[in-house]
Design a protein around this ligand. Structure first.
Ligand SMILES: Cc1cc2nc3c(=O)[nH]c(=O)nc-3n(C[C@H](O)[C@H](O)[C@H](O)COP(=O)(O)OP(=O)(O)OC[C@H]3O[C@@H](n4cnc5c(N)ncnc54)[C@H](O)[C@@H]3O)c2cc1C
Length: 261
């Protein structure tokens, strides 16, 4: 043992994530018990959110509401992950409380104790390691900078169901040539086009506001079915900002919304 540090468990989320030019990310905003392993993961999500928004403001195309959206988007994720981490800890405690020393005995009683322990563990499940809804399915619900839609797909703790409902993280998919769709995204906003129709309205609106936008043509029927629409506008943090089967009637309004104007 070279070093040992004191550590105390916390389940805490900041009341506010920031104000003006100062915003929190990582353990300054939330501290969890490591059951589930959500602390650093959530912190990285915060940093990805903060990073592009600060850059947008510094580059001059971020609107006045962009930084405020940090709290609207990240705090609900912080709260839900805190709750899940606490619930996973509760499962561990229940398993620990049920510990029976007979488990170690080489006897019929020992075998029965082991069977009972196994049954209990199976009944409690393994959500700590299998909560794909937390890890991949997190989404921004109704934030001011996403072109939201009704009919939100059901969120499930243990499952990740790919979707492009605005606010979710764009789904990973390998294209027919073996490349990952994420590897084709631009560094800032990406407009995915799965059809031959023109992208001019959104491209011109983005140029008018100085929003950096890359158009990526994808001709892949599997990817198109997973992405659900002919056009999907993806933010620099890979969350979906807008989608449609045709260009929006007011493309400038879409660009203004997603840049926090
Ligand atoms: C036992 C344990 C297991 C964990 N397991 C997982 C896991 O499996 N998965 C996971 O995702 N997360 C896990 N975590 C959580 C993860 O370690 C933290 O969420 C993550 O390290 C937080 O990173 P951070 O950069 O926000 O904060 P920190 O890592 O706390 O970094 C903050 C830094 O700021 C420095 N600092 C503080 N004050 C000042 C100051 N005034 N001036 C300059 N510097 C300052 C500190 O020294 C520190 O280096 C675990 C945590 C623990 C304790």
């Amino acid at each position: 043992m070279l070093q040992a540090n004191p550590w105390s468990p916390h389940l805490a989320v900041a009341v506010g994530y920031g104000k003006g030019r100062v915003w929190l990310a990582g353990d300054s905003a939330h501290q969890y018990i490591p059951t589930g392993g959500y602390g650093m993961n959530t912190g990285i999500g915060d940093a990805a959110d903060l990073g592009w928004k600060y850059a947008a403001v510094l580059q001059g195309w971020g609107g006045p509401r962009l930084l405020e959206s940090i709290e609207a988007e990240r705090r609900p994720v912080g709260l839900r992950n805190c709750e899940a981490s606490g619930a996973h800890m509760g499962v561990r405690l229940k398993i620990a409380e049920a510990y029976d020393p007979k488990t170690h005995e080489d006897s019929a009683e020992g075998a029965a104790a082991r069977e009972a322990a196994g049954k209990l563990i199976v009944e409690h499940g393994n959500a700590e390691n299998e909560a794909f809804g937390i890890e991949l399915g997190y989404r921004y619900r109704g934030p001011p900078i996403v072109c939201g839609e009704d009919n939100e797909p059901e969120w499930r703790l243990l499952d990740y169901v790919p979707s492009t409902w605005p606010g979710v993280r764009a789904p990973h998919v390998f294209l027919e040539d073996g490349s990952a769709i994420f590897d084709h995204f631009g560094p800032w906003f990406t407009l995915l086009r799965f059809s031959e129709a023109s992208t001019t309205p959104l491209v011109e609106a983005a140029a008018r506001r100085g929003v950096p936008l890359t158009v990526v043509d994808v001709r892949d029927s599997n990817a198109r079915s997973i992405y659900e629409r002919d056009f999907v506008l993806v933010r620099p943090d890979q969350h979906v900002a807008w989608r449609g089967d045709a260009m929006p009637a007011d493309a400038l309004a879409v660009i203004d919304r997603v840049r926090g104007s």
